[in-house]
Design a protein around this ligand. Structure first.
Ligand code: HEC
Ligand code: HEC
Length: 311
């Protein structure tokens, strides 16, 4: 606040208190109205209802004095008069900092019990996954869904199929450092029917309906252009986040000709922000532990029909 504003506030505040004090004292003692015959104000309603002119009760007067004393005391010890910080040096920021520090300390002891334990072990500790679930709900669910099963462009985090790797350490690295999957637009590199050919080949990789001649024309082009990021066999490249194109699991589903063509023509660029600076390693490890605990249990062998077996 500039000096003139400070002065303005100080003068206005003190003037207010002064005027209030004067009002109180000036009206404390009732001066009888010289024109009145008794101690009334002279006002009469309904013929006989008169207003008496009595002083304020002592306790009431005392309360008013107290509020004035309190306000002066407050302005001496706490900030209120322009830039004057008050004798206690109290600030709302300082108060907030103290609260944050106290919360940190409390949380730190909560996290300390999980620190240093392997994530896979935390995944089977209900106390750890309970905290991890909250971390996930607060920071990750907006993009990955509250059940972590993802949405278009946001990967499912509870299946074994991962862009960068489904093991605890790789997942932790994804969370702390963020990820940026980059697929450039490639139509220019695939003239004529090139885009269609490669797209049909991509469909064939997942065993989806495709045009066989187009697909076989696309195979060498795939190997030349796409294999760097999707692998020579199309099974993906976890170093670059190139998805496995053979499993019929689609980040930008549904996996059909139109979707694959869009990926090739426009490119794709999913961005996962780096969460390390925001939530720190303790929370990130617990979120990953919860994700691992959510993975669908492998379907029991007895429940899967054996191909070719008679029912
Ligand atoms: C702003 C949206 C957004 C938020 C919030 C977000 N993510 Fe992601 N996350 C993504 C996207 C998009 C990708 C895929 C990146 C890519 O396509 O390369 C991803 C990828 C990942 C991966 C790698 C998946 C794989 O298949 O390898 C993990 C693990 C992950 N996120 C965990 C988390 C966790 C845990 C949080 C919360 C702390 C979180 N994410 C918050 C958008 C988000
Ligand atoms: C420079 C590396 C790179 C090259 C080259 C590349 N891709 Fe990709 N592609 C990616 C990445 C990374 C993603 C995932 C993008 C994301 O995470 O948002 C992707 C995504 C896709 C998808 C969507 C997958 C899904 O699950 O929805 C398709 C389809 C695809 N690519 C096909 C191709 C084809 C066909 C080619 C060759 C013409 C190709 N890509 C070349 C890196 C590449």
């Amino acid at each position: 606040m500039s000096t003139s504003w400070t002065l303005f506030v100080v003068v206005l505040t003190l003037l207010n208190i002064g005027v209030l004090a004067w009002l109180l004292i000036a009206n404390a003692r009732s001066k009888p109205d010289p024109s009145a015959k008794d101690s009334t104000t002279g006002h009469v309603w309904d013929g006989d209802l008169v207003e008496l002119n009595n002083p304020l009760p002592r306790w009431w007067f005392g309360l008013f004095v107290l509020t004035i004393v309190f306000s002066i005391g407050y302005l001496v010890f706490y900030p209120g008069l322009g830039n004057f910080a008050g004798k206690f040096g109290w600030t709302s920021l300082g108060e907030a900092d103290r609260e944050v520090a106290a919360t940190r300390e409390r949380l730190d002891s909560l996290f300390a019990q999980f620190r240093g334990r392997p994530i896979d072990e935390l995944a089977s500790d209900p106390a750890a996954t309970k905290v991890g679930r909250n971390v996930f709900a607060n920071n990750c669910a907006a993009c990955h869904g509250s059940d972590a099963r993802g949405a278009k462009g946001y990967p499912n985090l509870v299946d074994e199929d991962a862009l960068y790797g489904a093991d605890a350490d790789t997942m932790l690295a994804s969370v702390l450092g963020g990820r940026h999957g980059i697929m450039p637009p490639l139509a220019a590199a695939l003239p004529d029917a090139g885009v269609d050919e490669v797209a049909h080949y991509a469909l064939s990789l997942s065993g989806l309906a495709h045009d066989a001649p187009l697909a076989s024309a696309g195979k060498p082009k795939f190997e030349a252009i796409c294999s760097a990021c999707h692998g020579i066999d199309g099974k993906g490249n976890p170093l670059l986040g190139g998805p496995d194109l053979t499993d019929d699991v689609w980040l930008y589903g549904p996996g059909d000709l139109a979707g694959i063509r869009t990926a090739i023509e426009k490119g794709r660029a999913g961005v996962m922000p780096a969460w390390g600076p925001l939530i720190g390693e303790d929370r990130a490890r617990l979120a990953v532990a919860w994700l691992i605990a959510q993975r669908e249990q492998p379907v029991a062998a007895a429940a899967t029909p054996t191909p070719g077996a008679s029912p």
